[in-house]
Design a protein around this ligand. Structure first.
Ligand code: ASP
Length: 425
C-alpha cells in the first residue's frame, strides 16, 4: 500500500476514533476506569507522546537539512552570480502569489459577507498577543551568531549563513571542492533519514490527529460557519485552481503530476500545522519527486516555509472582513489595499509553526484600525483552518520552486512527468 494511502487511512481512523472518544468523555458519570484509559492513558498519554515524538523527529532534521542542502546547492553552482537573479525571481513570485491569495480572499469575503448578522460589542476582556514588529523581523535576517541561529531554529539566519558559506566553498578551489564533496555526502545521508522517518508518518499522523480531535474537536461553529466556509473555499480555490493555472502559465508544465505528487507533503502539513516541520518532506518531494535540482529547491523551499504563507494570508483577509462586519465597521477601498499590503508583509513575518497566523493577524487589523479583540472571536475554530492553510502554504512553496527551476533549466522533466519517481512504498 502506498504511503499516501496509509496516511489517509490513519487520518480517517484518528478523526473518527478521536471524535468518538471526545463524545464518550463528555458522558456524565462515566465509569472512572474507562475515563482513565481513554483520557489519561490514551489521549494524554500514549498518543500525545507519539504525536510529540513524530513532530520532533521532523523538526530535528530541519536545521541540518536546510544548512547542508543549501551549502551544497550554492557551492555547486557553476555561475554564482546567477544566485542574485534566482533569489529575486523566487522572492518576487512568493510575494505575487501571496498578493493574489489575499485578493482572492477579500473578494470572496466581500461577496459572502461572513460577519453579516454577527453582532459583537467590545468588552475589553481579551488581551491580544503582540506580534514582532516587521522591522525587527527584517533586521533579524542577518545572523551575528550562526550557532545561536541554528540552536534557535531561526530559518532566515540559517539560510543567509548557508548562502555565505556556500559561496565561499564554491570559490575556494581544491579546498572548497573537498568540503563540497562532504556536503554532498551529508545531503544524501540526511535525505535518506527523511525517507526513513517518513515511514512512521501513518502512526505519527494518527497520534497527532487522535489527540487533537479527542481534546477539542472542531469546537463550536455557530456564527463562524460562514467564516470557516469562506476561508476553506478560498483555500481550496487557491490550492486547486490558482496554483495549477499559474504553474501552467508560468512554466508550461501540466499541473497534474504536481498535484498528485504533492499529496504526501500536504498531508504532513495538514497533520502538523507547521510549514517548518514539513520542510524535510517538502524538500524531498520537490527534489526527488518533482525533479527540481538541489540548487533551486534548497533555497526556495526553506525560504518559502519562512516567508511565503499564501494560506495564512487568505485566512487573514477573510478574518479582517469578518471582524469588520461583526463590529459593524466599514472598510474603505484604501483599507482593502492596506489589508493586501500588510497581509503580504505579515506573511513574511509569520513563522511556519502552528497558530502564528493568528498572531500576525494583529498587524493587519491594527493597520486598518480594527479592534484586536476580534481575534478572540475566531480563535476557537482556528486550529482546523490552520491545518488546511498550512497545506496550501507548502503547496505554494513547491509550485514556485518548480516554476523557478523550469525557468533556470534546473528541472528534470522526466522526473516531473514520471508519476512513480521518488515514490515511497
Ligand atoms: N501554521 C502555519 C504554517 O506553519 C502558519 C499559520 O498560518 O499560523 O504555515
Amino acid at each position: 500500500m502506498s504511503l499516501t494511502r496509509q496516511i489517509l487511512i490513519a487520518m480517517t481512523a484518528a478523526i473518527v476514533l478521536g471524535g468518538l472518544t471526545q463524545q464518550i468523555l463528555l458522558i456524565p458519570g462515566l465509569n472512572s476506569v474507562l475515563h482513565y484509559v481513554l483520557n489519561d492513558l490514551l489521549t494524554q498519554g500514549v498518543f500525545l507522546l507519539g504525536g510529540k515524538l513524530f513532530v520532533a523527529s521532523l523538526k530535528l532534521l530541519v536545521v541540518p537539512l536546510v544548512f547542508v542542502s543549501l551549502v551544497c546547492g550554492v557551492c555547486h553552482l557553476r555561475d554564482q552570480s546567477s544566485l542574485g537573479w534566482l533569489s529575486l525571481k523566487t522572492i518576487v513570485l512568493y510575494l505575487a502569489t501571496t498578493g493574489l491569495a489575499i485578493s482572492l480572499a477579500l473578494l470572496l469575503a466581500s461577496w459572502w459577507q461572513p460577519g453579516a448578522g454577527v453582532h459583537m460589542a467590545l468588552d475589553g476582556s481579551y488581551q491580544p498577543p503582540k506580534p514582532t514588529p516587521l522591522i525587527d523581523v527584517l533586521a533579524g535576517i542577518f545572523p551575528s551568531n550562526p550557532i545561536q541561529a541554528m540552536a534557535q531554529g531561526n530559518m532566515l539566519q540559517v539560510i543567509v549563513f548557508a548562502l555565505l558559506i556556500g559561496v565561499a566553498v564554491g570559490r575556494s578551489g581544491d579546498h572548497g571542492a573537498r568540503i563540497g564533496a562532504h556536503f554532498s555526502d551529508w545531503n544524501e545521508v540526511l535525505m535518506k533519514l527523511v525517507t526513513l522517518l517518513m515511514n512512521f508518518a501513518p502512526y505519527g499522523v494518527f497520534c497527532l490527529l487522535f489527540t487533537l480531535f479527542a481534546q477539542q474537536g472542531i469546537g463550536k461553529v455557530g456564527d463562524l460557519a460562514i467564516y470557516m466556509l469562506t476561508v476553506v473555499a478560498a483555500l481550496l480555490l487557491h490550492g486547486l485552481l490558482v496554483y495549477p493555472l499559474l504553474l501552467k502559465l508560468l512554466s508550461g508544465l501540466s499541473p497534474v503530476p504536481f498535484l498528485l505528487k504533492m499529496r504526501n507533503a500536504q498531508l504532513f502539513a495538514f497533520s502538523t500545522a507547521s510549514s517548518t516541520a514539513t520542510v524535510p518532506v517538502t524538500l524531498r518531494t520537490v527534489e526527488q519527486r518533482l525533479g527540481v535540482q538541489n540548487r533551486v529547491a534548497a533555497f526556495a523551499v526553506p525560504l518559502g516555509a519562512t516567508i511565503n504563507m499564501d494560506g495564512t494570508a487568505i485566512m487573514q483577509g477573510v478574518a479582517t472582513v469578518f471582524i469588520a462586519q461583526a463590529f459593524q465597521l466599514d472598510l474603505s477601498m484604501t483599507d482593502y489595499l492596506l489589508v493586501v499590503l500588510t497581509a503580504m508583509l505579515a506573511s513574511i513575518g509569520t513563522a511556519g509553526v502552528p497558530g502564528v497566523g493568528l498572531v500576525t493577524l494583529a498587524l493587519v487589523l491594527q493597520q486598518v484600525g480594527l479592534p484586536l479583540e476580534g481575534i478572540a472571536l475566531i480563535i476557537g475554530v482556528d486550529r482546523i483552518l490552520d491545518m488546511i492553510r498550512t497545506a496550501v502554504n507548502i503547496t505554494g512553496d513547491a509550485m514556485v520552486s518548480v516554476v523557478v527551476a523550469r525557468s533556470e533549466g534546473a528541472l528534470n522533466d522526466d522526473t516531473y512527468f514520471n508519476l512513480r519517481a521518488g515514490e515511497q512504498e
